[in-house]
Every structure is written in structure tokens, then in C-alpha cells.
Design a protein around this ligand. Structure first.
Ligand code: GTP
Ligand code: MG
Length: 201
């Protein structure tokens, strides 16, 4: 699939602010700083469509990006950032729960994990949540540019075993050198695009 068009539509803190046009949505979840906003920029070939930060906790709202006028990519705030207050964590919890558990338009939840490390307990919980809610399993190991081929091979096994997922459910990706971008796009958007591109009359 070719990304012909990408546009920031809106930021939301509650359901009333989500887009109302019923287009399907694909959301990216994962730890703070894992590269959720960066992957949206890499996929769309835009440098600063989504805001990227050196410090964790850069994305605080739910951000909707319209792709090819067909579907939305959704950038969510990350979890596991130690330096936030209890009140802030609670706010995050409500924001995420509202979106993830009630959103009809949400068709896929892509889990991002850091390719350099064993997935955290929060990552395992998130994956189990995705599985429990019947979403297709898709995991992306980010920042693969920081690893040698040998390290990628080793870490692939650790990630597969820790998350208990199949080889076909895991892609290594780098937003920096964009190795694997085509594969990533084709895998993530495959079913959504098939549904949407078939004329319905
Ligand atoms: N080397 C390398 N750095 C990356 C990659 N992806 C993201 N980064 C860097 O990691 C940092 C965090 O990236 P973001 O995309 O803002 O991470 P995020 O998951 O959106 O973080 P929050 O919004 O805080 O939840 C930034 O400094 C990025 O430049 C990658 O593939 N390779
Ligand atoms: Mg972000």
C-alpha cells in the first residue's frame, strides 16, 4: 500500500472529541519513549507529523492522523514512565481505558516494545489485554538500528518467549533507517485496506 496522504486531524482527552466519521482506527501502544510517535512519522514519511520527544511522556493526548482519507492512525500516551505523579497516572488510566475499551472504530492495537530489552511486565499486561479483547496480535520491536544482526536474532527469541507470540506476529523496525518499512506497512494495514478499498456498490 502506498501512503498518499496523511493529515493531523485532532487531539482528544475524551470521547466527545474523537472523530465522528466512522473510519477504522489503528492505535499504537507501548511504553513511554518506545517510539510510538516516531513510527507514525516513519510510516507517513513526514518528519514532524506526530510530536517526538527525547524525554518520556511527550505525548499526553490521543492524537488522530487521517491516512489516504481511508483510516486513522492513533498516537497514544505511553505507560511506565516513573516520573509522573499519581494523579497524572490516574488521568492516563482513564484516558486510555475510555479509548481502548469503548471505541467501536478501533480495529487493531499495535504493541511497540524496545528491541534492545526484554519486554516489561507492563508490556506483557498490555499484550494480554489486546489478546483478551480479541484484537489481532501485532508487535513491533522498535529501534532495531541500535542492534547488530546477531543481537536481533537473540532478542527476537526473548521477545517471542516473553510475550508468548508467534514469529509471524513480530516485526523488527527502525524509524531512523526505516529498514522494513514496506513490510511493516503491508502487514499492519493489510486487512484494513482490503476492507476499505473494495468498492461497495
Ligand atoms: N535510534 C532510534 N531512535 C528512535 C527510534 N524511534 C524513536 N526513537 C527516539 O526515541 C525517542 C522517543 O520517541 P517517541 O516517538 O517520541 O516515543 P513515544 O513512544 O511516542 O513516547 P511518549 O510520547 O513519551 O509515550 C526520541 O528521541 C526518538 O528520536 C528508532 O527507530 N531508532
Ligand atoms: Mg509519543
Amino acid at each position: 500500500m502506498e501512503i498518499k496522504q496523511s493529515e493531523f486531524i485532532t487531539s482528544a482527552v475524551s470521547g466527545a472529541q474523537y472523530p465522528k466519521d466512522n473510519r477504522p482506527e489503528i492505535a499504537f501502544v507501548g511504553r513511554s519513549n518506545v517510539g510510538k510517535s516516531s513510527i507514525i512519522n516513519a510510516i507517513t514519511n513526514r518528519k514532524a507529523l506526530a510530536k517526538v520527544g527525547n524525554t518520556p511522556g511527550k505525548t499526553r493526548l490521543i492524537n488522530f492522523f487521517l491516512i489516504n482519507n481511508l483510516f486513522y492512525l492513533v498516537d497514544l500516551p505511553g505507560y511506565g514512565y516513573a516520573k509522573v505523579s499519581k494523579a497524572e497516572k490516574e488521568k492516563w488510566g482513564h484516558l486510555m481505558e475510555d479509548y481502548l475499551t469503548k471505541r467501536q472504530e478501533l480495529k487493531k492495537v499495535v504493541l511497540l516494545v524496545d528491541s534492545r530489552h526484554k519486554p516489561t511486565e507492563d508490556d506483557v499486561l498490555m499484550l494480554n489485554w489486546i489478546r483478551h479483547h480479541g484484537y489481532p496480535i501485532q508487535v513491533v520491536a522498535t529501534k532495531s538500528d541500535k542492534l547488530s544482526k546477531n543481537e536481533i536474532r537473540k532478542n527476537r527469541q526473548v521477545i517471542l518467549e516473553t510475550l508468548k507470540i508467534a514469529e509471524s506476529e513480530l516485526i523488527f523496525f527502525s524509524s531512523t533507517n526505516k529498514v522494513g518499512r514496506e513490510e511493516l506497512i503491508n502487514t499492519i494495514f493489510h486487512d484494513i485496506v482490503q476492507q476499505e478499498e473494495v468498492p461497495n456498490n
